[in-house]
Design a protein around this ligand. Structure first.
Ligand code: NDP
Length: 297
């Protein structure tokens, strides 16, 4: 029987731990604060930011939301980041990507105080992750690690294949899988758009993480019998629904399910973990910056 992994259930457990840590901090006079900054009128970005703000409210984290018009100069964003860096009530800063084309993304990432960089994308934090000394693990790959742990799927010595090499998912995912210790020690292959014979690679995977952003590109034929399949992809495809679209992953669920021993659905798989891990990182940031210890597993 293939296990359909319930990401909402795993995320709820993490949120409960995060909430307990928020209470520890609040009792000590420190309310964790997360600033979200949106410089876009893109509907999906607006939705993601409002989901993050809702999660803050639910867990007792102070959400500070900032909007900057997409036509404003880059300095409007940089100045706002400087203000948030200096604000002691803000422990975490998240600039929702993508930013407009006239704003240099690398400068945005470097402008955020690394201690407040709860996405984990500042070069200092990327370096720490690679060195095996992560300050904040990027939320989506960290969420995948939490799923594997919650499901009792040992990564040690396993063949892991990550499809996708982006800075936010593929690369940090691979980096986590090759680290020493729990959730790591996997023999890890990273595939991308130039990979030759992708199916030959994915069929080697005991643990297959799909993060390519291509709807249902991985079918059952590409999955090893008994593999764990983690589908990070979230793709809108036209559909006869009220909204005119539906969300599908990078994995063709029905055929992959026939081969996998465990698989995440879309939606309801990795997505809920991403937000839970953002809350986790925010509370960790508040703890580090205030010196109040919390017990976050
Ligand atoms: P990017 O577009 O930044 O990266 C996609 C990666 O996939 C690239 O490395 C690209 O290769 C590779 N790729 C694209 N097409 C193919 C192909 N045909 N074969 C092999 N590799 C391919 O995407 P992200 O990493 O930001 O996101 C990936 C997916 O995950 C998206 O669907 C996104 O919506 C979703 N996502 C979901 C989250 C969640 O919470 N569930 C959070 C973040 C993202 P190359 O580098 O050569 O171009």
């Amino acid at each position: 029987m293939t296990r359909i992994i319930d990401g909402n259930e795993i995320a709820d457990e993490i949120r409960a731990d995060v909430k307990a840590s928020v209470e520890t901090l609040t009792d000590a006079g420190v309310q964790p604060g997360l600033a979200t900054v949106l410089m876009s009128e893109d509907g999906a970005s607006e939705t993601y930011v409002s989901m993050k703000q809702e999660a803050c409210e639910e867990l007792g984290i102070a959400g500070h939301h900032h909007e900057i018009g997409p036509d404003e100069p880059a300095d409007a964003l940089f100045d706002r980041i400087d203000e948030l860096n200096a604000d002691p009530s803000v422990h975490g800063i998240l600039v929702q990507m993508p930013v407009p084309s006239h704003v240099d993304k690398a400068t945005v990432l470097e402008r955020i105080d690394p201690e407040k960089d709860v996405d984990g994308f500042h070069p200092e934090n990327v370096g720490r992750l690679v060195a095996g000394n992560a300050r904040y693990k990027p939320c989506t790959p960290h969420g995948v690690q939490k799923i594997l742990a919650a499901e009792g799927i040992d990564t040690e010595g396993k063949d892991a294949v990550v499809v996708g090499r982006s800075d936010i998912v593929g690369k940090p995912m691979a980096n986590l899988l090759i680290q020493y210790g729990d959730g790591g020690n996997a023999t890890t292959t990273v595939c991308h758009s130039r990979t030759e014979d992708l199916a030959e690679k994915t069929r080697q995977a005991d643990i297959l993480v799909a993060a390519a952003g291509v709807p249902e590109m991985i079918d059952g034929e590409m999955v090893k019998e008994g593999a764990t399949v983690i589908d990070v992809g979230v793709n809108r495809v036209d559909a006869d629904t009220e909204k005119g679209y539906e969300l599908v992953g990078d994995v063709e669920f029905d055929s992959a399910k026939e081969k996998a021993s465990a698989i995440t659905p879309v939606p309801g798989g990795v997505g809920p973990l991403t937000i839970a891990m953002l809350m986790y990182n925010t509370v960790k940031a508040a703890s580090v910056q205030s010196g109040v210890a919390v017990d976050l597993p």
